[in-house]
Design a protein around this ligand. Sequence first.
Ligand SMILES: *Cc1c(COP(=O)(O)O)cnc(C)c1O
Length: 411
Amino acid sequence: MSVSLPQHCPMTQFDVEDDCLLIGGMPLTRLAEQIGRTPFYAYDRQIMTRTVERLRRTLPEEIKLHYAVKANPKPDVVGHMASITDGLDVASAGELEVAVGAGTPRECISFAGPGKTHGELARAVAEGIVINMESERELTILTQLATETGTRPQVAIRVNPDFELKTSGMKMAGGPKPFGVDAERVPAMLDALANQPLDFRGFHIFSGSQNLRPEAICEAQQRTVELAVELAGHAHTSIRMLNIGGGFGIPYFPGDAPLALEPIAENLGELLPVVRKNLPDAELVIELGRYLVAESGIYVCQVLDRKISRGEVFLITDGGLHHHLAASGNFGQVIRKNYPVVVGNRVTGAAREKASVVGPLCTPLDLLADRMDLARAEPGDLIVVFQSGAYGLTASPTAFLSHPAPAEVLL
Ligand SMILES: *Cc1c(COP(=O)(O)O)cnc(C)c1O
């Protein structure tokens, strides 16, 4: 039996046995005993593998699948993702170290991000990874580094296109943006790098995140390919890499449904001949973070106190926004909505009630569930927040209020 939640879409990736959630084949209560403390994050590697397998089955075979490390940079998670995807995308020197530690071939690691320091660029050159340049300044520094080190760094240009990924949770392209080089400035940059000791690979065009509308993703992919073909006309060498971004979303909130992959696969199938004809040497890459890992993870905290305030039930837990900012609604959400939450050791629970789950912090922002339909819980019960495998711990202000950091386990 999988987990069904009122209002939210079912969490079919998890089974339930004797009304207790199973993760990694183990009852949650046993896992909590093994870890010996709460709160904790637990990630199930088999769920990640199944997600990647589903993508591979559905999308055209030629598409390379990269994992964006920032979604979950825990080293053993990155190690697992490296073993089942075709490459890793990093966004800092810290992530670069993790990616190199995962044993990924250097040419399969790419480094994007505005504001790379001289030290980070030097590190990337020394490691021989692909650097997605986000400005003319980066081109200048890389040219100097190439000359100084006598190497030929692999570079790509991250392009800020003149369109956006519509209805995205986070828009990262189109209009004025700090990310990438405006498309209209790319031809001049291609001229500038032509005679430099740089190995130009191609383009990186990432337009947004957390999108649940296949038609928006298809439109962005189509325009991305058109733009890349146009820009390739200004390049002095052939294009060997085209990273068309990702943006695949997962269902977090009431009313969300899982992203339909079939229309995206069909659209990519139609774009591939265009790429083959116009960019015959290009490898087509999509990069996904949350889609690959978010559903594999849960955040678990323990009920410390049960309070009734003027008729409303508050479950006060040892976990909160300092560990899981996104579930509290404070990581980019415009209107706060509840993540899928259950009482993990009484998933269906015969007795139910409307309750709010809060953390120990002295701020009303520390809210994990706002008046949700939950099994009636008591101190000692385990609260589970689903869809927590991406942008969880490392996207949270763990130092706020000086509580201990949660444990993290990969199962
Ligand atoms: C954040 C980011 C990603 C990952 O986004 P998801 O929504 O997790 O898939 C991929 N590429 C770039 C350049 C990013 O900044």
